[in-house]
Design a protein around this ligand. Sequence first.
Ligand code: HEM
Length: 177
Amino acid sequence: MYGLVNKAVKELVIEKFGEESWETICTKANFADGDFLSMTPYPDKLTFDLVASASEVLNIPVEDLLFAFGEYWILYTAEQGYGNMLDLAGDTFPKFLKNLNMLHQRVNSLMPDLKPPSFSVRNEKDNYLELVYNSHRTGLIPMLKGLVSGLGKRFDLTVECTHMIEEEGSHIFAIKW
Ligand code: HEM
């Protein structure tokens, strides 16, 4: 994944647990460098290793870390110069969810090696919709839930997001607000 993702993991750990924890996590993950270039792609394995090592060092389940990371990502990207892109993705929560592919297409124009997830929306009703999520990666469902929760906070909404089912490789989430 692009270095921006790893940088966000690093910032989140340092903000909540301090510099020393981050250094221990990097040592455990055999990552000597300790720093990342936002616009450079890194192997997915590095990101997953860092999260696994953070889970051990901080004694927090991987799912909880991924959820916290998802929430944090909405704030972090806004700070890192992507605020405008977030604004353009929609001025309401459901509109935003319908524009996630467009948002990642815009990111893709800056990051040509991006392997973005893809999304669609179905069964939309009042304060309810189902989000269909497809990814090249596995294990990121808790992160998606955190992202949706973080987006809810961006719109001052209390959001409930449940992983309903996997259908032919697509993950379906029921989202209420
Ligand atoms: C301006 C805001 C955003 C930026 C700059 C951004 C950028 C990125 C980047 C760089 C990756 C890593 C993929 C790679 O390097 O190949 C990624 C992955 C991902 N993004 Fe976004 N993203 C943004 C907002 C969102 C939002 C709002 C959501 C969903 C609510 C979302 C859902 C995801 C998910 C689930 C992944 C994990 C990758 C996967 O499933 O394969 N992103 N995004």
